[in-house]
Design a protein around this ligand. Structure first.
Ligand code: ZN
Length: 273
């Protein structure tokens, strides 16, 4: 019995050490009811930068997200290379953050490589309607796959969805999302979730340097927005909204100024394609 207790204590210790050693600054704010998406509440997007000194980039930052991906402004390149995804199945939990639903993988679920840096997939969450727009067009849903390097750099892969056929990841989460929508459970075990099942369907993507789209609006986030717009059902978008229980219709930050940042569109060269 004593051995078991010791073992459990050791496990707890390791968990605490792993947790506290993660860099705090680049993380998105969790369990956050201190901000919302309504401009009438006094804590909406235009006020985020004044709520806490640590959130000041939400107001004063010059590289904020989301932005409009306007074709005339985009430089088409092939040198960025294909998006290198090395995901693996991992145990996940579904969490209500008060403003969105977050699917979090314990200890990460594999990685992507951008410019020689490995970014580990930590979590995915959803915004409706979309935050990024293409030529001014907003879509029904946007998923953000949040990746972090060992030294705290952040890379987010964004996938846009329009109403149509069901999204397979959300279909596989239907039971858990309904459960969260039906009771006020904050965290639900998902079991093993394989991020390889998150379909991209195209090699083309936009790349620019921006920020987190929620406080603390940390900058120098490497954004990858998949060019191909995927589909989701109206019911799936509704279920995600219901599960959040925040009495809000939306959780999309308004567009931010580009401020002469360059936006690239990666397109494979003919030889590669
Ligand atoms: Zn997001």
């Amino acid at each position: 019995m004593k051995l078991v207790t010791q073992f459990l204590f050791h496990c707890l210790f390791i968990v605490l050490v792993l947790h506290s050693s993660r860099p705090a600054t680049s993380q998105e704010v969790d369990d956050e009811r201190e901000f919302d998406y309504s401009e009438k509440s006094g804590k909406g997007p235009s006020q985020w930068g004044e709520i806490h000194p640590e959130w000041s980039l939400c107001k004063g930052g010059s590289m904020q997200s989301p932005i409009d991906l306007l074709n005339e402004r985009v430089e088409v390149v092939s040198r960025l290379g294909r998006l290198n995804r090395n995901y693996r199945p991992s145990n996940a939990t579904l969490k209500n953050r008060g403003h969105d639903m977050k699917l979090e993988w314990e200890g990460g679920a594999g990685y992507i490589v951008i410019n020689g840096t490995q970014y580990v997939l930590q979590q995915s969450h959803w915004h409706s309607p979309s935050e990024h727009t293409i030529n001014g067009r907003k879509f029904d849903l946007e998923m953000h796959m949040f990746h972090e390097s060992s030294d705290g750099k952040v890379a987010v892969v964004g996938i846009l969805y329009t109403i149509g056929r069901p999204d397979s990841l959300l279909s596989s989460m239907r039971h858990q999302l309904s459960a969260v929508a039906g009771n006020r459970e904050e965290v639900t075990a998902m079991g093993i979730v394989d991020p390889k099942n998150i379909k991209i369907g195209s090699r083309k993507y936009y790349r620019y340097i921006g920020s987190l789209t929620i406080p603390p609006c940390t900058q120098n986030v490497v954004w990858t927005i998949v060019r191909k717009v995927r589909t989701v059902t109206r019911e799936q978008v509704r279920l995600l909204r219901l599960a959040v229980h925040d009495d809000s219709e939306t959780n999309a930050r308004p567009l931010q100024p580009i401020n002469r940042r360059s936006v690239h569109l990666y397109r494979p060269s003919e030889v590669e394609d």
